[in-house]
Ligand binder design. Structure first.
Ligand SMILES: [Zn+2]
Length: 441
């Protein structure tokens, strides 16, 4: 990569290029020939086949398909103090992502075809990677009136969600499922019963007891997932459960899948690694929705990722300004940034579970999210001849998360100060370089 830096710069086309010594999916080394934005060959010592190609030494770098994030809060329009499409997508490419789904809870909310089109236009101007708008389920996320699903789908939305809020109303949820089923869309639920969550701010249990902060019950999430899974079975619509956080949530999804019900689920990197013992410190970096749960829940989520119950890892990248996160726990907003640390955390979690399988990483961070998001014709594609050269390169070298080495506009990353073994060092989208580590920001 030292050689690479001399030749590559952001935005440059990789042209005819041979990346030597890369490890596709962490496997045996290969020399990868790229031409016209596509993979041409993965053969060792291939240089003789194209003497014109530029040769870049990538010895020992793991090559993975570009990642797809089903759950990103880009904050634009309306929340530009915390993040913009420009900074958020740059943060995404630094994490190896080529595609992100932008949640609808902006200001204004993405709840009409016009707003979907506006977001697509903004992303075309300012996005460092591809941006896919998520349409709201209800007007202004108020949970009272359905948004115009079919019109938004025609404008480019495939996933519909009131994320940030739960669509508590069972009848509107059922109608939403029926509506998205008509065009093969997805209803993504942030499962949180308002009645049961109440004013909860921290996981129910020792963390709530020791801090005196209002307790947040796991059943607030679990009961909505059970209800919605039944509605998905009845309507035949694809239900996607956002950021599941408890053992029982995983059990419900596992059972629903065993019945053949059309349910998929995601988990965040932070819920796979962090527990409510950290939240008990009452440092607002650990305040997130759903809350960090018990160690037992963390272990259950890991098992559910390994056995395929959980389909995808999604970041729930939720930037907030330093000013708002500096408030006391109950007044600070929920959320953590996560795009730039997702791969490092997932690799650590799998390594801790003695199951670091790069094919599994590709499945949960690239293939499955692309499939759920309806973009697998061009994203989450395998590393194979004839496929688009959309990939990231990962270095096996210890690094530490700091406030300085970030691309997100916001600094509310819960892993700041932590060291990880693996780091994304370059990302390419259809043969164009969209991230290169250590290049000036
Ligand atoms: Zn959410």
């Amino acid at each position: 990569m030292k050689t690479a830096a001399a030749h590559w710069s952001i935005g440059s086309s990789l042209g005819d290029m041979i990346l030597t010594g890369v490890l596709p999916y962490g496997g045996p080394p290969a020399d990868v020939l790229i031409s016209d934005g596509k993979f041409v060959s993965f053969v060792s010592q291939d240089q003789a086949r194209n003497p014109e190609a530029q040769v870049v030494d990538c010895q020992g770098l793991i090559m993975m398909p570009g990642f797809v994030d089903l759950h990103t809060h880009l904050r634009e329009p309306g929340g530009e103090a915390a993040e913009t499409i420009s900074t958020g997508t740059r943060s995404a490419t630094a994490g190896g992502y080529t595609d992100v789904f932008a949640m609808a809870n902006t200001d204004p909310v993405t709840d009409s075809a016009e707003r979907v089109r506006n977001l697509v236009a903004l992303a075309n101007l300012h996005g460092a990677c591809r941006v896919h708008p998520v349409g709201a389920l209800t007007k202004n996320l108020e949970g009272n009136e359905s948004a115009p699903y079919a019109e938004m789908a025609a404008a480019g939305a495939h996933i519909f969600s009131d994320d940030g809020r739960c669509l508590d109303n069972a009848n509107l949820t059922r109608q939403g499922l029926q509506a998205v089923a008509a065009f093969g869309g997805v209803l993504a639920q942030h499962a949180q019963s308002a009645d049961l969550a109440g004013q909860g701010q921290i996981n129910a249990g020792p963390a709530a007891q020791s801090t005196g902060i209002p307790a947040w019950l796991g059943v607030a999430e679990e009961t909505i997932i059970a209800r919605d899974a039944i509605l998905a079975a009845e309507t035949g619509a694809h239900l996607h459960v956002c950021h599941i956080s408890t053992r029982r949530s995983a059990d419900i999804v596992r059972w629903a899948k065993s019945q053949g019900w059309p349910v998929t689920a995601e988990v965040t990197p932070h819920h796979l690694l962090l527990s409510d013992e950290l939240a008990a410190l009452a440092d607002t970096r650990y305040k997130v929705n759903p809350p960090l749960r018990s160690v037992d829940d963390v272990l259950a989520l890991r098992a559910a990722l390994l056995d395929g119950t959980i389909d995808a890892v999604a970041t729930d990248h939720a930037p907030h300004t330093a000013e708002t996160k500096a408030r006391n726990w109950c007044d600070a907003p929920f959320g953590m940034t996560g795009l730039e640390t997702a791969l490092s955390v997932v690799a650590k979690v799998l390594e801790d579970a003695e199951h670091l399988d790069w094919n599994l990483v590709a499945a949960v961070m690239s293939e499955a999210p692309a499939r759920i998001g309806g973009i697998s014709e061009f994203a989450g594609r395998p590393l194979a001849v004839g496929e688009p050269a959309s990939f990231c390169l990962i270095e096996d070298q210890q690094w530490t998360v700091t406030s300085e080495n970030r691309y997100s506009k916001s600094d509310n990353n819960p892993f700041r100060g932590n060291s990880f073994r693996y780091k994304v060092v370059a990302t390419a989208l259809e043969g164009r370089l969209v991230h290169l580590a250590n290049e000036s920001r």
